[in-house]
Design a protein around this ligand. Structure first.
Ligand code: DQA
Length: 145
């Protein structure tokens, strides 16, 4: 069975409580359950595992390890999207398909969110659909792996 890794960055552990007017009321666990159901409902032939960290180094380690353990990555690097050359370099270093997701529409928000360092290291970017961004990314990764 193929495997995909869904990586969530800093402060996404607070989803549900954190700025719900921007990020919605679902928790990260809720989103992970939605992703699992979506994979089953669509009869995709891969399984998802999940990783969340507030630490840049742990996210870099997870991306590096995914190269051996996974067939594709979906990543919401959250605030690190706008700051991290290290996360970009980790993504560039591995060959499996990668999709960047964001819950919010970055382009309707502050200027500093309009640029993502990591976009250069992924196959495609989905943003602005709330938790559905993750499900659209699952559909996208299905075509790539
Ligand atoms: C986010 C958008 C980022 O700008 C922000 O720092 C986040 C969440 C999103 O999913 O909309 O933490 O990645």
């Amino acid at each position: 069975m193929k495997k995909i890794k869904i990586i969530d960055g800093p402060n996404l552990n607070l989803l549900g409580k954190r700025e719900p007017e921007i990020y919605g009321s679902e928790t990260l666990k809720d989103i992970q359950a939605l992703v699992k159901s979506h994979i089953i409902n669509r009869k995709y032939e891969f399984e998802a595992s999940f990783f969340q960290s507030n630490s840049e180094g742990e996210i870099v380690d997870c991306i590096q390890n995914s190269n051996q353990s996974s067939n594709g990555i979906i990543i919401n690097a959250a605030g690190f999207s706008h700051t991290s050359v290290a996360v970009l370099d980790a993504l560039l270093a591995i060959q499996i398909p990668k999709i960047e997701v964001h819950l919010s529409n970055l382009f309707k928000r502050e200027d500093f969110r309009h640029h993502s360092f990591i976009s250069k290291g992924v196959n495609g970017v989905i943003c602005g659909f709330g938790s559905n961004s993750y499900l659209l990314a699952v559909d996208g990764i299905n075509k790539l792996i």
